[in-house]
Every structure is written in C-alpha cells, then in structure tokens.
Design a protein around this ligand. Sequence first.
Ligand code: TXA
Ligand code: MG
Length: 335
Amino acid sequence: METKIKAITPDSLVEAKNLIFDGEVVAMPTETVYGLGGNAFDDGAVQRIFAVKGRPADNPLIAHVHTGYDLSQIIDYDPPYAKKLREAFLPGPLTLVYPSTGKVSAYVSCGLNTLAVRVPSHAGAQSFLKAVDIPIVAPSANLSKHVSPTSAEHVYDDFNGQIPLILDGGVCEGGIESTVCDVTGEYPVILRPGLITAKMIASVVGKCGEYTPNLTAGEKVKSPGVLYKHYSPRCQTLLFENAADGLAACKGVNATRVAVLCENAIAETFVKTGVTVLNLGETEQEMAARLYELLREAEKVCDVLIAIEPQKKDGVMVGVLNRLRKACTSVDIRH
Ligand code: TXA
Ligand code: MG
C-alpha cells in the first residue's frame, strides 16, 4: 500500500472521510501528537488500529470529536464538574474518561464501561472531525512502545506502506500526549499527566487527584527497570538525576556514538566533553514540545543516550518526566 502525506485541504478531507467510512485508518494531526484514526463505531477499523500499531489488546483508545458533537450519544453520565472542565480547557489537550453508553465499538474501551473522549484544538483535526461527524478513535500514531510522533514524517517513518493517508498539519505544538482525567467519580483524578496540570484542574473545580504512584512530582526516581518501557528510542538509554552522574557516565560508557539529552541550563557542560548534545530548552512548554523530536533524533545519531532529568519537577514537568522515565530502559551498559 502506498502511504500518501497530504496537506489538509477540502480535497484531502473528502479522501480522508471516504477512507474512514471504508473502514481504513488515517493519521491526523492534533495539538499534542499525531493520532492514528478510525471510525469508533466500526469494529473492523478499531481492530485494524490495534493490529497496525502492535498495541496490547487491553489498552483502551481515546475517542476524538469536534467541538459541536453531541456527547450524549457516547457518554452516559456527565457530572457537573466535567462541564466546568470542558468550559475551561476544551478544545485542548485534556481527555475526560466518562461512563460510556456502550454505543461505540466494544473494542475501543477493551471491555471497560468507560469511554475516554477528547476534543482537540488543532484546526486541522477539527476540520477532519467535522468532515466525518463521528467519533474518531485515535491512539498516538507510533508503533507500540516507540516514541510518539510530533510530525507527519514521524508517522511516515513508523507506518510507511501500512496506512493509506497521513493528513499533514505541521509540527505539533504541545509535544506530549493529552492529560487523561477520570470524571466518573466525585472529583477528577488524573490517570496520565500532561499539559493540563492537576493544579489547573483543581483551580477550576476545587480538587484533583493524581493516579501516578511512582511518578508524582518530587518523588525520587526508582530504578528505571521497574518502569514499564514505552515511548522508547531504538538506542540504549540511561537516565540520571543530575549533571555530575551524567558526566561520569559519559566517561564510562563503552560506545562510540554517545548523545546527551538535557535541559539548556547544563548543556554547555556536556558540549565541552565533545558528545552530541540534544538540548531540551528552558521552559516546561519547550521541553514538552521537543522531547519526542529529540528522542527520535537520538536513535539516528547515537547508540547510547544519556538523559539527565531537568531540575523542575512540578507542573507540566510531571508529564515530561513521566514520558522521559518510561523512555529509559533498564539496561545498564556502563562498565
Ligand atoms: O494527546 C493524545 O491523547 C493523543 C492524541 C492522538 O490525541 N492520543 C493518545 O492516545 O495519546 P494513546 O492511545 O497513545 O493513549 C491513550 C491513553 C492510554 O494511556 C489509555 O490507557 C488511556 O488513554 N485510556 C483510554 N481509554 C481509557 C479509559 N476508558 N479508561 C482509562 N484510561 C483510558
Ligand atoms: Mg501512545
């Protein structure tokens, strides 16, 4: 199958819509990362998404809808505080998990009675969702366990020959996936941290729980080996909490191609040693926006990536650190 990359135009939207109603999957941009989209009501399309990605069958998908979509078709109960969250943050990088009506394909939520719903703010995503006018389920458009894609080229690198069309909406501004927040209980609980932080949610509805036991702000990094591998570049990775340990590791690593991923504040220290430096930048938004691009760059330029945790641990950095820690393997190749 030929994989076409097309700018979002009236013509490419018609083509995308036809493909979707034929049961195919189409990659689409969002403000966070690219998604691999399919018709949420079509069992075959949903199964195809799992197959193309190599995604474990027990990991549910997010349904994406346009701003005017009638949520009552797909969600069963809408607590008053969820409405406040939608008014404050949507469209945008916040996914809400509601009790489901069960109308979408049973494969979407992998047997759970809930449904994750997201209203992306990306103009191209909105055009596509309005054109189809149905919920589009879309996981990040990367092979399972690989780094999430923030450009059409990243999607092409993972799925060339496997999908018919990639709608090209440019580079994603957000850079890490949406905050996933459960709204089935008395108050919201974050299941996956992201650009909409617990503090932002609590400021609107008074309270916000966080279901990230190992990865909450300020908690010490446990052995990377205990963390489920995810978002990983195809090179070996080592994660350190500070520049001094990273520097010592640079000297001890047995590899010719070594790169360091770190924040701007300590980049100069590593530039001096002669290794390739992948600079995450300074602000939390910059670090989120660059993380996946640089992890994909790492697999091209090095055999071993030494990553140093940025010092800021709260706010958006909860999400950035969650992804960075999961990207790092437990393999210790120092000697
Ligand atoms: O920014 C994003 O959310 C991107 C773009 C494409 O929208 N999508 C994305 O999808 O990151 P994916 O499939 O890579 O991650 C979906 C996350 C997973 O952690 C999944 O377990 C969780 O959302 N999730 C989906 N449905 C759920 C549900 N019913 N209950 C709890 N968690 C759910
Ligand atoms: Mg993903």
